[in-house]
Design a protein around this ligand. Structure first.
Ligand code: AHR
Length: 472
């Protein structure tokens, strides 16, 4: 076994707890190389509209809008957590004058027919021109390495509407490369709708665009009538197309369209819109305006939602010029029918985990009020953040009750109690994706699952061990 020493920042902890944990740590085997570093939200400050993807070269690439909206940037790291400190290259800056001399918004990097292409939205810089005359363009890299190659303008998207055009993405489905973007269509009184079309070349469409959704529901038209920032996730025989809706303040949220992956996706009738938003602001975790997402996978291949969000609700002035839409990540989970369940934005701090007892497949350690149980339930009640304590121990803090943590009572029962009473645990890796929790200061005592109850006791000889929890 080894302690799963996570590269967290040292958390605050009482000295008593620290000495207990240090004593317990001394008895535990010396940790091998640390596990993959855990991303800590916000992963990258002041990068909105983030696109993160893991390329076949093993790098995570990340781009996004900068607060100044004046340049296209790119960073890469070998781990998601590494993006926080990764060096950022400037690929291209807005021009001195003309249609691409103003705002640069929502870049996305794609490798198309062996060429690195970055799509983005741009507008003029004024001088009598409407700075919101935003259109979609692309730059192209002259080399194999997008971080060091020379980038130049490839051109402008030829869209049939010539309207406010932004937030494009591209994906390959059943061998066809598609382009999906947000645009204002003449005759439809919205800021933008979502369109889809196969590509003939990187900037020309191979067919008349299909209009997939127009913002009409109340949660789509708060402040502005917006459907923008499409992102595609293909899983479980379906295509899930998320998009962002409403004004870019705390009312900004994610909607989702779903289609079977064997359907004609150019037929809007084959897409079903969720009647409610799938991801919204949370006063509990203090993340506001979550949106403009992308999807990737973590180092263990688990699905990850990438999005931006502020950690305050009230904005002074125009939200568009508030710089604190930070990039955030969290794992994405699925319902039994295979559809994604986005849960809630998990808030600042290390990305949380869910713990499924090795002897209760499909069930999770979760809380129901202050009761700690094992069973099924909503995602947030089963997400726990391993908050570091000095000496390599952790406290297990509830994501949807961030003022409470798992606490072992003197009778050995486990409850959720205020942070001041938390119990220090030694998180020990006992398998590829399994951990156990030794109770600091109680030699040989572990969290156990027995018959739906979570308790503390000595490891028994049952198989699978009642102490082991699969991490997801
Ligand atoms: O972040 C700049 C723009 O504002 C993005 O392109 C859009 O998604 C948002 O509304």
């Amino acid at each position: 076994m080894e302690i799963d020493r996570r590269l967290f920042l040292a958390g605050a902890a009482g000295t008593a707890l620290a000495s207990q944990a240090q004593a317990a740590a001394k008895r535990a085997p010396v940790a091998a190389a640390p596990a993959t570093p855990v991303p800590v939200n916000p992963v990258v400050r002041q990068r909105a509209d983030a696109q993160v993807f893991r390329h076949t070269d093993g790098w995570y690439y990340m781009t996004g809008s900068v607060p100044e909206y004046d340049r296209l940037v790119l960073r890469r790291a070998r781990t998601l957590a590494g993006l926080t400190t990764a060096k950022e290259a400037v690929l291209w800056r807005h021009e001195a004058s003309g249609p691409m001399s103003g705002f640069l918004w929502a870049p996305e990097l794609h490798l198309i027919d062996g060429k690195w292409i970055m799509y983005f939205a741009a507008g003029p810089s004024g001088g009598g021109e409407d700075v919101f005359r935003i259109r979609t363009y692309a730059v192209v890299c002259d080399g194999k390495d997008p971080m060091t190659g020379k980038w130049s303008v490839l051109g402008k998207l030829k869209s049939p509407f010539d309207g406010f055009c932004l937030n494009s993405t591209s994906f390959v489905h059943r061998g066809v490369r598609y382009f999906c973007w947000a645009e204002r269509e003449p005759g439809i009184e919205t800021n933008s709708n979502i369109y889809l079309a196969p590509l003939k070349t990187p900037l020309t469409l191979a067919a008349k665009p299909a209009r997939l959704t127009v913002p009409t529901l109340d949660w789509e038209v708060r402040g502005f009538k917006v459907a923008e920032a499409p992102a595609l996730l293909a899983r479980n025989g379906k295509l899930f197309l998320t998009y962002s809706a409403s004004a870019t303040d705390d009312r900004y949220c994610l909607g989702m369209l779903t289609a079977r992956d064997d359907a004609d996706i150019m037929d809007p009738g084959n897409w079903t819109k969720s009647p409610v938003p799938v991801f919204v602001s949370s006063d509990v975790t203090k993340v506001y305006g979550p949106g403009h997402n992308s999807f990737t996978t973590d180092e263990q291949g688990r699905d990850v939602l990438v999005y931006h969000g502020r950690d305050y609700k009230a904005i002074k002035g125009d939200p568009l010029f508030d710089p604190n839409r930070h990039t955030r990540v969290q794992r994405l989970y699925y319902r039994e029918d295979g559809t994604p369940d986005f849960g809630i934005p998990v808030g600042n701090g290390a990305v949380p985990d869910r713990f499924s007892p090795a002897n209760a497949k499909g069930q999770f350690l979760r809380h129901d009020g202050d009761r700690v149980v094992v069973g099924r339930g909503n995602i947030p009640s089963s997400q726990f953040r391993s908050v570091p304590l000095a000496g390599g121990a952790v406290a297990l803090v509830a994501v949807d009750a961030p003022d409470k943590a798992l606490t072992v009572k003197t009778d050995g029962s486990v409850v959720l109690a205020p942070l001041s009473q938390w119990t220090a645990f030694l998180r020990q890796r006992v398998g590829k994706d399994e951990v156990r929790f030794a109770v600091a200061g109680r030699p040989g005592q572990y969290l156990l699952h027995r018959g739906g109850a979570l308790l503390v006791g000595v490891q028994d000889r049952a198989f699978p061990p009642s102490t082991n929890f699969r991490v997801s």
